[in-house]
Design a binder for this molecule. Structure first.
Ligand SMILES: [Fe+2]
Length: 579
């Protein structure tokens, strides 16, 4: 069954289904037909196997291929145009050329939105770099606890000069934050030409005790001479340090997105394919949210993480290193409830028990929590409409067995431990589970991947894919140009990022606001769910309008940042993990 081939039967829970015998036979056949096959791209969740599982993957690949054909056509046209522009310019001769020649008036077909305001012009600002941690990639950031052992000391006197207090004071007052990418030192590096280099940076950030601005304090490379850079270094040295950090940070963003959106959702959904009838209301919703969901890992194996493929050609850590990351992170970061938005942010010290953040502005949390709340509201209505009491949900033997299956069969970590007759899953638990499912395939996926990188978090020259000259062993660098990708590699890189963009989704009702805007789906669901779907859409349209209206204020800031945060626009991002 392909994702779009939804059953025509109205949704019903098993105990109300008049065709209970046919239904039981269908569930049994689906259980036998969907098997747990080996994980792809590292050891994470199982990948579909068995007669039905294989058909499922083929169907998802067929759907994905249509989009791929469309975006490839667009990228192809854009690459021709940009090659002409580079030739006309006589190559890329300065750092400024990377921002201008590679972007201005380019990528019109594959990224008609262009780059986001400020990201190309303000990248030397420290505030841009630090606020990216609270918007474009909030996942590796955490607050340093007062009892934590610090991984390094900032050279003497610098913290005091920048912040007015000592590093110890910053730490004990809860104003010190860290992003630690030192693990990337261990991951296998590419050997494909051109030779690439890079660090495995650890960075400190802080909330300024007086201004409350969130700013960078220091970056340690952890390789070679293991230099520690700070804003007190020369502007070129400090900029280079931030660019070295960006190489590591983008790797983290991309590999984590695979782990916490694709791998998690596939594991949970595969268990549902085995335990829920196709007309189970929960199955109908999961099918909608998993459109072409199983294409991504096959595509990844075939086109991205294949030995010598795009990844090895463009980045520093190679395809083997990518797999190492996924295998290591899956048992922890892949945990289901651990990933719930507020739980995750609270565990990392980015919000408190009341859901308040210590930052002047936390753009990712601002938009993500609105999306999550709308999803929660929708699923509350949905769950309560199909399960008017706890007894009814306890009596849904398909649903309860799915919960058990997610842990015992699909081996997804940290899924709610319920589903037995002694401990049935409640409506509240199901609501949270579905909310998180909807959230990871939309907000989480597109916070990190999809259309954002080409327009924001992966724009050259600041956001390097890899370094093309060795990590310096001394300071006082005079020229950053040698560290940047050669023109052909830069075009390949941007073109590669463009293939993840889906600019034609807003005109085909495939954005987040349209998650439940599908007449064939909604005609099979009850009235309350239809009403909730209308509310969901209105709420997402409201957020989209707000995001689209963002501008710089008189201080040149938007949400406290020198660039515009548009990443989670519900009228742009897909409601499913499209690629
Ligand atoms: Fe993805």
């Amino acid at each position: 069954m392909s994702s779009f081939d939804l059953p025509k039967l109205p949704a019903s829970i098993p105990q109300n289904d008049r065709l209970s015998k046919v239904r039981a036979a269908t569930v049994l056949a689906r259980n036998l037909g969907h098997k747990y096959g080996p994980s792809l791209i590292g050891q994470a969740s199982f990948y579909p196997n068995g007669t039905m599982g294989i058909l499922r993957v083929q169907g998802d690949m067929a759907l994905w291929s249509k989009d791929r054909e469309e975006i490839d056509k667009r990228v192809g046209a854009d690459v021709v145009a940009i090659q002409g522009a580079i030739m006309k310019n006589g190559g890329l001769k300065s750092m400024e050329d990377y921002g201008r020649v590679l972007y201005e008036g380019q990528w019109k077909n594959s990224n008609p939105l262009g780059t986001t305001g400020g990201i190309m012009t303000n990248y030397t600002q420290d505030l841009l770099f630090s606020m990216e941690r609270l918007s474009l990639n909030p996942y590796p950031l955490r607050r340093v606890k007062s009892a934590d052992k610090l991984p390094f000391q900032v050279p003497s006197g610098i913290t005091e000069k920048l912040t007015g207090v000592s590093l110890k004071d910053l730490q004990s007052s809860g104003n010190l934050f860290i992003v630690d990418h030192i693990e990337q030192k261990r991951y296998e590096k590419t050997t494909v030409a051109p030779q690439r280099y890079g660090a495995a940076c650890t960075a400190y950030f802080y909330i300024h005790p007086k201004t409350k601005d969130f700013l960078p304090l220091a970056i340690k490379t952890n390789v070679g001479a293991d230099l520690i850079y700070t804003p007190m270094d020369s502007p070129k040295d400090w900029l280079l340090a931030k660019m070295m950090f960006n190489v590591n940070d983008f790797f983290h963003a991309q590999m984590l997105h695979l782990t916490i959106s694709h791998d998690v959702s596939e594991g949970v959904h595969l268990a549902a394919l085995k335990k829920l009838a196709p007309n189970h209301p929960v199955m109908l919703i999961l099918e909608r949210l998993m459109i072409q969901g199983y294409s991504s890992r096959t595509v990844g194996e075939q086109l991205c993480f294949n030995p010598g493929g795009h990844w090895d050609q463009l980045f520093l850590v190679n395809n083997v290193g990518c797999r190492q990351f996924v295998t290591e992170k899956w048992p922890v970061e892949g945990g289901y409830q651990f990933g719930y938005l507020e739980t995750d942010l609270r565990n990392r010290g980015l919000i408190d028990n009341k859901g308040q953040s210590p930052f002047k502005s936390f753009p990712f949390f601002k938009d993500a929590s609105i999306i999550r709340k709308a999803q929660f509201d929708f699923f509350s209505e949905f769950v309560n409409s199909y399960y008017p009491s706890e007894d009814v949900i306890a009596g849904d033997y398909e649903l309860q067995s799915w919960f058990v299956e997610v842990t015992n069969g699909a081996k997804v970590f940290d899924f709610p431990q319920c589903g037995t007759s002694g401990r049935p899953c409640s409506r509240a638990v199901l609501t949270e589970v579905l909310t998180h499912f909807g959230f990871i395939v939309s907000a989480v996926h597109h916070a990190l991947n999809g259309g954002d990188p080409i327009g924001s978090k992966a724009t050259l020259p600041f956001h390097l894919n890899a370094m093309f000259a060795p990590v310096p062993t001394t300071k006082n660098v005079t020229d950053l140009l040698p560290f940047l990708p050669p023109a052909a590699n830069a075009v390949h890189y941007i073109g590669f990022l463009a293939t993840f963009n889906r600019p034609f989704y807003p005109s085909s009702n495939r954005t987040l606001k349209d998650a439940f805007n599908d007449s064939s789906l909604m005609s099979n669901l009850n009235k309350q769910t239809n009403t909730a779907a209308t509310k969901f859409m209105a709420s997402m349209e409201k957020l989209s309008s707000e995001i689209k209206s963002r501008k710089f204020d008189s201080n040149g800031l938007s949400l406290g940042m020198p660039f515009i945060y548009r990443t989670l626009d519900p009228a742009y991002i897909p409601f499913f993990s499209a690629v």
